[in-house]
Design a binder for this molecule. Structure first.
Ligand code: AKG
Ligand code: FE2
Length: 313
């Protein structure tokens, strides 16, 4: 009796080819695992909470320098909203929602907690999230405000990218005020190749490849005290005065015409400040602080190139 076609193929296949079968299988399994766990791919955000807050002048600043800070007491949100959101953070600790990030401890020493508007509601995609305590109104305000920035950027014709989208989940980072914890210099976007990262690493970096902008709302004390002399880079024990915890934003090389320039701006993580930066251009690092530091971060995806200025229509 003639052997089945598959068996013939296998007996004729070169040993090298046979050895590749488990590797390809493992790769496909990895792909399936990563993508089935990406429960909320980026989508359009309908929130208009950032309307009137982000102005045309902010957007032009962002285009020119690669970052912009919106700050000032009560400017981004009322003190009362900030205070209530801060109080809610402590409940995330007691319910065990903070965990180490998947990046190694040599890279960052914070704990993270993922927040979604749908937490604790029947609309949550993951059944586990339906059992969480729903976000309070003030934390919901913070989440919607951040996610709503996408829409304002499109409306105001941000020229670096357009058609912005956001994930439902936002990262709440907690850096203990131990004068040691920080996050080393990095770029939020990743362009690293398959060759560089290996198949699984490359698949995992899929979300980072799509990031065009980062928006961060600081949930610290509004009376955060800035350092009068720049602190050492992260990893070095705290040495400055003030509360520290600045986000050191390295200026994009094209600002000075000198590639590799080390010029930077230290953004003070004062409670209620909002920072937006180009995730593809601005390398940044979190400096250590002497007070517990909280940052709510939203990554925005988009299509590169200018969109339409819809503000006049
Ligand atoms: O907490 C911050 O200010 C920035 C955090 C950060 O860079 C990140 O999570 O990628
Ligand atoms: Fe970052």
């Amino acid at each position: 009796m003639a052997a089945p076609f598959g068996a013939k193929l296998l007996t004729r296949a070169k040993p090298g080819l046979l050895a590749a079968v488990p590797a390809v299988y493992a790769g496909l399994e990895g792909y399936r695992w990563v993508y089935s766990s990406e429960k909320d791919p980026a989508a359009l955000c309908q929130s208009r909470l950032a309307s009137g807050l982000v102005t045309s002048a902010h957007v032009r600043d962002l285009e020119q320098h690669g970052f912009v800070v919106l700050e000032g007491r009560d400017a981004v949100m009322k003190d009362g909203v900030l205070a209530a959101a801060r109080a809610e953070v402590s409940s995330f600790f007691s319910s065990g929602r903070f965990a180490r990030s998947v990046n190694g401890k040599s890279v960052r020493q914070d704990l993270v907690c993922w927040l979604r508007e749908t937490d604790g509601t029947p609309g949550a995609l993951d059944p586990d999230e339906r059992h969480l305590k729903p976000l309070g109104p003030e934390m919901l305000h913070c989440v919607r405000l951040l996610r709503g920035i996408t829409h304002e950027l499109d409306l105001l014709g941000y020229s670096t990218s357009h058609d912005h989208q956001v994930h439902q989940q936002l990262q709440l980072g907690f850096y203990p005020g131990d004068n040691q914890s920080g996050y080393v210099r990095h770029l939020d976007h990743s362009d690293r190749s398959l060759f560089d990262l290996g198949l699984l690493g490359w698949i995992r970096a899929g979300e980072r490849r799509k990031r065009t902008l980062t928006a961060i709302l600081y949930l610290n004390d509004p009376a955060w005290s800035p350092s009068s002399v720049p602190r050492s880079a992260s990893g070095a024990p705290g040495d400055g005065d003030g509360d520290g915890g600045e986000l050191r934003c390295y200026h994009a090389a094209c600002d000075s015409g000198q590639p590799g320039t080390q010029a930077f701006t230290d953004v003070v993580p004062t409670g209620g400040s909002l920072l937006i930066f180009d995730a593809r251009r601005i390398e940044h690092e979190v400096l250590s602080s002497s007070r517990d530091r909280f940052a709510l971060t939203c990554w925005i995806t988009g299509t590169l190139g200018p969109g339409k200025d819809k503000s006049q229509t």
